[in-house]
Design a protein around this ligand. Structure first.
Ligand code: FEC
Length: 312
């Protein structure tokens, strides 16, 4: 008989429409509604990227479908069934676990569509999923990170090389391009907690740079929250300002902490950082996002299979 293993695929979540932005933002702020100014500012950002369409929802749907297809491609005595669980929108993480219960799933693997672990990011997804799974009688194992998976490094290195080729075609030498690896900032206090997030991001950056033969690179943060406490820096906008005072003219942005096209990539990098770069007379390009690239699906499939072997 074929054994069924549930896979809870967790992602950040996005509103379904502009009307849903307030509830979404309130959820991110742990139940505190945003001020009218804050709400308008966020709605304006969504409208600026795609006029009220929310690309993260479709991208996550595709990733979940493609992962399920890849997990079951080779047949075998296990059938994997993927469920979506979102952090800040429906279907919430808990809804995904409830759907497993309804389908009679008793064993499952949880994975987040973000390669790097922080107690404040992946850790909170896992905590919520584990609490719900424990209460529902589902045995669930979790993938915590996959930031150095060889296929991930390979596909991201190819993304970097492809853009360096494009710079070359326009007359820039590869060595003249400064590569900026980036990820979502978090409050500085994670460092005092011994959190692995920053180190994992630096490890991914170095592995890609080595693989792609990049000599001029640095890591920088992006998309810091608008709260009073200090967030990890330098922010990419300050890094661009700093670079503009040096000899650098060409910059390649590689947001390795993200795996999809969404607000933090399409607005924070493609609109906000791009506008600053033009003002500073820097030529800025960005690597393409992974979205449902089969190579990324293969990374996810591999780590899920490995984890599921621990259920037996
Ligand atoms: O396209 C979309 O609709 C969603 C884009 C989106 C992604 C994303 C990923 C991460 N976040 C992380 C941490 C925080 C912390 C706070 C925070 C706030 C926001 C706000 C929006 C938002 N985040 Fe997000 N994040 C995305 C969107 N994020 C919108 C609220 C307005 C703003 O500050 O811009 C601060 C919460 C607080 O107030 O306390 C912390 C981390 C990731 C990457 C890992 C992951 O995907 O989970 C970490 C995508």
């Amino acid at each position: 008989m074929t054994a069924k293993i549930g896979v809870l695929v967790m992602s950040y979540g996005t509103p379904e429409s502009l009307e849903g932005v307030e509830a979404y933002y309130t959820h991110i702020r742990r139940g505190n509604a945003p001020s009218p100014e804050q709400l308008k500012e966020l709605k304006d950002r969504y409208e600026a990227i795609v006029g009220g369409v929310f690309p993260l929802r479709e991208n996550t749907d595709h990733q979940v479908e493609a992962l399920q297809e890849m997990l079951n491609r080779s047949g075998g005595d296990v059938e994997y069934v993927c469920y979506q669980g979102l952090k800040h929108a429906r279907p919430f993480i808990e809804d995904g676990v409830e759907a497993m219960v309804r389908d009679g799933i008793t064993q499952a693997v949880g994975i987040v569509l973000a390669p790097h672990y922080s107690v404040m990011s992946v850790g909170t997804y896992i905590k919520r999923a584990k609490e719900k799974a424990d209460a529902s009688g589902i045995r669930m194992e979790f993938v915590e990170s996959y930031h150095l998976h060889p296929e991930l490094i390979d596909v991201l290195s190819r993304r970097v090389s492809a853009k360096l080729d494009q710079f070359e075609e326009t007359g820039a030498a590869r060595g003249d391009v400064q590569v900026l690896f980036s990820a979502h900032s978090l409050p500085e206090r994670i460092l005092a907690m011994g959190d692995p997030y920053r180190d994992q991001l630096l490890e991914t950056s170095k592995a890609i740079a080595d693989r792609a033969g990049v000599t001029s690179w640095q890591f920088t943060w992006q998309s810091a929250g608008r709260t009073a406490e200090p967030w990890l820096g330098p922010d990419i906008l300050d890094t661009l300002r700093e670079l503009s005072t040096s000899q650098v003219k060409y910059v390649l942005s590689a947001p390795i902490g993200f795996v999809s096209d969404h607000l933090e990539v399409l607005y924070d990098l493609d609109i906000e950082a791009q506008a600053l770069a033009s003002e500073l007379d820097l030529r800025l390009m960005r690597i393409d996002s992974l979205n449902s690239d089969p190579a990324y699906m293969s990374v996810l499939s591999d780590v899920v299979r490995t984890k599921s072997s621990q259920l037996k």
